[in-house]
Ligand binder design. Structure first.
Ligand code: ASP
Length: 343
C-alpha cells in the first residue's frame, strides 16, 4: 500500500525564493515548485500532503513556542500518516530535532527533519536530494525515531550538530554512528536504530523554561557571570574544556556553583569538544564541579542538553529528578544505560 507522508514546512532556506528584497520564505511559490517537481511526484514516491507553520520563519527565530507548533502538527496528524518530513532552516535544526525527540513520547513513526543550504528554486540546490531522500526514508519506515537527513547522511536528531555554515554536508553526529547512508541505495545501520518505544504516543509540550549556556574560555572572569545565576534560572549548560575542565581548579567558579545550588538551578556539564565525553572528577580541574553537585552530560550535544532541560522541567520533575534524568539516557541522546534499565 502506498505510504502517506505529511510534509511540514516551517521556513528556512529550502523554501525561500528570490524577492525584490532578497531571499524570503514564500509559501505559494514553494508549494508550486514542489507540485511541479518530477521526482517528488514520481510513482515510487510516497503520497504526500503539505501543511505550513504560520508564520514561516528563519530558524534563528525558533523558540519553544514553535517546537510546540511543530509537535502539535505531528500529534494532530499522527494516526493519519505513516511518517513526517519537517522542512526547517539549518541554523537551529539540531535544536528542533532534539526538542522533538523528547517531546514526541513513544513515537513509533519516522520524523525526518531536513532543509538545504541553497534554496530549491536555484539550479545548484541541495534541496532536491535532501527532500527526496528524506521522503523515501520517511516512507520506508525503517527508522522510527526523530532523525535528520542532510547531505547523504541520516543522523539521530538528538545527536546532530550543525558544523558547516556553507558546506553541503552541514551536519555531523560526532558521538553516534549514522543511522543510514544514502549512496546508490539507502543503507540502514539497523543496529544503531532506537528500539521501538512502548506505551501510547503523546506530545509533551514545552514550557518557556529559563535556561542558560555558558562557554568557558581562558581568562574567563566568572564574577561577571554571577549576575545571571538568579532564582529564575532553572538550568544551565556549562561548556567546559576537554573532559569537563574549568580554569583555576574550579575555585573561581565556586561562588557561581554555590549560588546555583542554593537556587536549585541544575548545572549540566558538556564539553566544547564535539567528540568524546565529559568525565567529571578525572582531573582536579573538574572535581570542584562534581563536588558542588553539577551533573555530567557525558557525550551529549549542547543542543540536546538544552532541549532536555526544557523537556524535563516541562514535565514538572523536581530538581533532584531532573539531575538524575540529565545523567540518564532517555532517547538515545547519550551513551549511557537507559533510564528504564536503572533500579
Ligand atoms: N538562516 C537559515 C535558517 O536557519 C539558514 C538555512 O536555512 O540554512 O532558517
Amino acid at each position: 500500500m502506498t505510504k502517506k507522508i505529511l510534509l511540514i514546512y516551517t521556513g528556512g532556506t529550502i523554501g525561500m525564493t528570490a524577492t525584490a528584497n532578497g531571499y524570503a520564505p514564500q509559501k505559494e511559490a514553494f508549494h508550486q515548485l514542489l507540485h511541479s517537481m518530477p521526482g517528488l511526484n514520481a510513482d515510487v514516491m510516497p503520497e504526500w500532503d503539505i501543511i505550513d507553520m504560520d508564520p514561516l520563519l528563519d530558524s534563528a527565530n525558533m523558540t519553544a513556542h514553535e517546537w510546540n507548533k511543530i509537535g502539535g502538527m505531528i500529534a494532530d496528524h499522527y494516526e493519519a500518516y505513516d511518517g513526517f518530513v519537517v522542512l526547517h532552516g539549518t541554523d537551529t535544526m539540531a535544536y528542533t530535532a532534539s526538542a522533538l525527540s523528547f517531546m514526541l513520547e513513544n513515537c513509533r513513526k519516522p520524523v525526518v527533519l531536513t532543509g538545504a543550504q541553497i534554496p530549491l528554486c536555484e539550479v545548484r540546490s541541495d534541496a532536491r536530494d535532501n527532500l527526496l531522500t528524506a521522503m523515501l526514508i520517511a516512507g520506508e519506515g525503517v527508522v522510527k525515531e526523530v532523525c535528520l537527513y542532510f547531505g547523504g547522511s541520516l543522523l539521530r536528531g538528538n545527536r546532530a550538530t550543525k558544523f558547516s555554515s556553507d558546506g553541503l554536508i552541514a551536519f555531523i553526529s560526532p558521538n553516534y554512528p549514522l543511522l543510514a547512508e544514502a549512496g546508490i541505495s539507502i543503507k540502514y545501520n539497523t543496529s544503531a536504530l532506537l528500539k521501538p518505544q512502548r506505551g501510547p504516543f503523546r506530545l509533551r509540550r514545552m514550557d518557556d523554561v529559563p535556561i542558560g549556556v555558558l562557554k568557558i574560555f581562558p581568562g574567563i572572569q566568572f564574577e561577571l557571570f554571577e549576575a545571571i545565576m538568579t532564582e529564575k534560572l532553572r538550568g544551565i549548560v556549562i561548556e567546559t574544556f576537554g573532559a569537563g575542565n574549568i580554569p583555576g581548579s574550579g575555585t573561581a567558579l565556586l561562588p557561581i556553583i554555590r549560588r546555583a545550588y542554593a537556587n536549585g538551578t541544575v548545572l549540566t556539564v558538556c564539553s566544547q569538544c564535539p567528540q568524546g565525553a565529559v568525565a567529571l572528577g578525572a582531573y582536579e580541574t573538574s572535581t570542584a564541579l562534581k563536588n558542588a553537585g553539577a551533573v555530567s552530560g557525558y557525550d551529549i550535544t549542547t543542543e540536546a542538553a538544552v532541549t532536555k532541560l526544557y523537556y524535563l522541567f516541562s514535565c514538572g520533575f523536581d530538581t533532584d529528578s531532573v539531575k538524575h534524568l540529565m545523567e540518564s539516557n532517555l532517547r538515545g541522546e547519550m551513551t549511557r544505560r537507559d533510564a528504564s534499565e536503572e533500579k
